[in-house]
Design a protein around this ligand. Sequence first.
Ligand SMILES: Cc1cc2nc3c(=O)[nH]c(=O)nc-3n(C[C@H](O)[C@H](O)[C@H](O)COP(=O)(O)OP(=O)(O)OC[C@H]3O[C@@H](n4cnc5c(N)ncnc54)[C@H](O)[C@@H]3O)c2cc1C
Length: 390
Amino acid sequence: MHKLKVSIVGAGVSGLSLAHTLIKNGITPIVFERASAVGTVNESLMKPHFLLQSSQIALQKLGILDRIQPISQKVNSLTHYSRNKHLGDSTIKPFIDDGKEYYTSTIESQRLVQTLVDTLPKDIIQYNRLVTGVQQVTKPTVSFNDGSSLESDVIIACDGPESTLRVQLFNTPPLERSHIRIFALAAPRTDPLHTVTQIIGDGLNIGVTPYGNDHTLAWVMYLSEGPHQEYTTDTAKQEIKSMISGIHNKAFNKLVDSATVVVGYPIMNQQMLNEKWYQGNVAFLGSSARQSPVNAGLGLDQNILDAYVLGSLLAKKSPLEAFQEYQNKRLPRAIEIERVGKYMEGFELSTSFLKRIAVENMMKIMHSTGVVQKQSDKMWKQDSEHIHSV
Ligand SMILES: Cc1cc2nc3c(=O)[nH]c(=O)nc-3n(C[C@H](O)[C@H](O)[C@H](O)COP(=O)(O)OP(=O)(O)OC[C@H]3O[C@@H](n4cnc5c(N)ncnc54)[C@H](O)[C@@H]3O)c2cc1C
């Protein structure tokens, strides 16, 4: 039987999760990575990444959840403040699938990426291989910056937010720098912490969360039209302190003082969702197909799930049928996350008094009605149906 030849461009969470799924289904892909090692390029890897219930079901199916749970941290409650006003708390319940309980967790995505690499067979990833484009004349072919090229049956573009293949095949303009500045601060954790705290209002969105199994991490986000600046840990701390005067949240203030690493960077703000997730024999996965609005915080999670669905389908159907079903199943979820994320961002980062009152009330209602749990349960149920159906 003809074994499908799959080239994966990019060894981020998406490319690596796809490689795992294909291997589990008897297909050995080749992964081309421009960097000399994994996890060196994407600054966003500093941010706390949520590993939600449904992506853990996919990792369980791939047989690697046991390796990932020890480097992640369970989160069992969510609390909101507006500056110094407490708006409400919610307990986050586990999701039960096939009799097993799955908890919301946070993970340091660099460690996740490393574990995904460590659990793959050797020689699957080729490092220092910069893909410059694809051709689809007879068979889809990837070209490299050294002038070489390689034919396959399908190419999966997992080359991140600045995807070369997306620019080439969809003729999208390269990304522009945007208007949101974000700082991520990390400190070794000294006490147990299983709560995500969010402080919103007056143009700031601050979060404090457990990070992996041994750090506490905070993010500070605000609107800023200025050019990108380089920050050292000290200058970043000064900038954060000037933004947060008047906030007296114990956990957060302690973290600003004790942070050992602080990274500051801008976030792109433009429509990032591709309308189509494939073109000919090339499919798009992860940030090359859609950059989740950061406030939704679901990028990594959706990548793992989408990779699981796409990889499983490729093993069972013709590439075009697999691509079509992958797009039909998973694109609507991305559209919904993008819609909710943009909507929330408009409120959370606004400096308008009316919007602040609106967001405070929204948060209070959210906690008192348990709407987050209900919506999450609905999404995890649908995700788990997708996982079990492919
Ligand atoms: C500022 C920011 C904050 C974020 N915060 C969160 C969050 O809180 N929670 C969350 O879940 N998600 C978050 N995300 C999203 C999350 O980081 C991404 O969803 C995830 O990293 C995307 O994984 P990926 O594998 O698709 O792409 P990437 O992680 O970008 O990996 C792409 C890989 O492709 C390689 N590559 C690129 N071009 C080429 C080429 N031409 N040839 C060969 N290799 C190439 C790169 O070197 C890289 O290794 C955030 C994103 C950003 C930008």
